[in-house]
Ligand binder design. Structure first.
Ligand code: NAP
Length: 255
């Protein structure tokens, strides 16, 4: 299998780290970026001797640019970008400060734009593929999640718009929207108790939390030649959760 150059923004914990590790296992050269130097160091150590890491905030466009330039200077054109840096917490809109709303939109949405824009000059053209990590909240309004819904719906519109603008250069860009994934920080915040976990499980037609490997299978396909005619889609990997609409998520959130 040909080794590719892969950049995972927010790739130092949870789902994104799991994706970075699976790219490394298939023989790709992997770079990760996140704020915490300790998390970056631990992630790089788990990704093999060739891996590279950058302690940077996706809100800082210059820092993201420097990281992509360094990867391209070291390894050449970038084949795959996964953009998954995000923050989440539950807060009803009436209690949410402007700063809290702004922080999530800045990390998830502005950060996704910074990552794509920093990647663009260094992408392999034709052939590169970008996957933005979205969420069902992007199209299902969810109680306590106005900041996430606003940010992730914007992420999906970045996906669709860049698919149109960058398609002629042979660059594909898609979103993957995971459902509740077991053992992640995101679900620790949305389902902090066993009864909350049960409520989420009942909201999923397939009757279980997803695994990081479920997300990987979708990302592996979207970034492979098998998906060479697929761009601008939002692929749910959620066990059918989103089929239940906003009421399913509201029930899961105990609203
Ligand atoms: P997680 O473990 O908290 O991972 C988030 C990653 O983003 C970490 O590596 C974090 O590292 C990094 N990050 C956060 N803010 C950043 C910033 N400002 N600049 C750079 N990096 C930043 O989260 P997760 O639960 O696995 O979620 C991963 C992705 O999947 C997110 O996009 C999330 O919205 C999406 N998702 C998750 C679920 C789920 O079930 N967990 C469901 C739907 C969608 P640092 O702290 O070092 O910055």
């Amino acid at each position: 299998m040909t080794a590719r150059t892969v950049f995972v923004a927010g790739g130092t914990s949870g789902i994104n780290l799991g994706l970075a590790q699976r790219f490394a296992e298939r023989g790709d050269r992997v770079a990760v970026l996140s704020r915490s130097q300790d998390k970056v160091d631990a992630a790089v150590a788990s990704l093999g001797p060739e891996a590279r890491g950058y302690a940077a905030d996706v809100r800082d466009a210059d820092a993201v640019n420097r990281a992509f330039t360094d990867v391209a200077d070291t390894w050449g054109p970038i084949d795959v970008v996964v953009s998954g840096a995000a923050g989440n917490f539950v807060a009803p809109a009436a209690d949410l400060s402007p700063g809290g709303f702004e922080a999530v939109v800045a990390i998830d949405l502005l950060g996704t734009f910074h990552v794509a824009k920093a990647a663009w000059p260094h992408l392999r053209k034709p052939g590169a593929s970008i996957v933005n990590i979205s969420a069902a909240q992007a199209w299902l309004p969810s109680p306590g999640q106005v900041h996430v819904s606003a940010a992730k719906s914007g992420v999906d519109q970045v996906t669709r718009t860049l698919a149109i603008e960058w398609g002629p250069a042979g660059v594909r860009i898609n979103s993957v929207a995971p459902g509740p994934i077991r053992g992640t920080e995101g679900m620790a915040r949305l389902a902090p108790t066993p009864s909350a976990e049960d409520a989420w499980t009942r909201a999923v037609p397939l009757g279980r939390f997803g695994e990081i490997d479920d997300v990987w299978q979708a990302v592996a396909w979207l970034t492979s030649d098998a998906a060479s005619y697929v761009t601008g889609v939002v692929l749910s990997v959620d066990g059918g959760l989103s089929l239940g609409g906003s009421s399913a998520i509201a029930a899961a959130m105990g609203a």
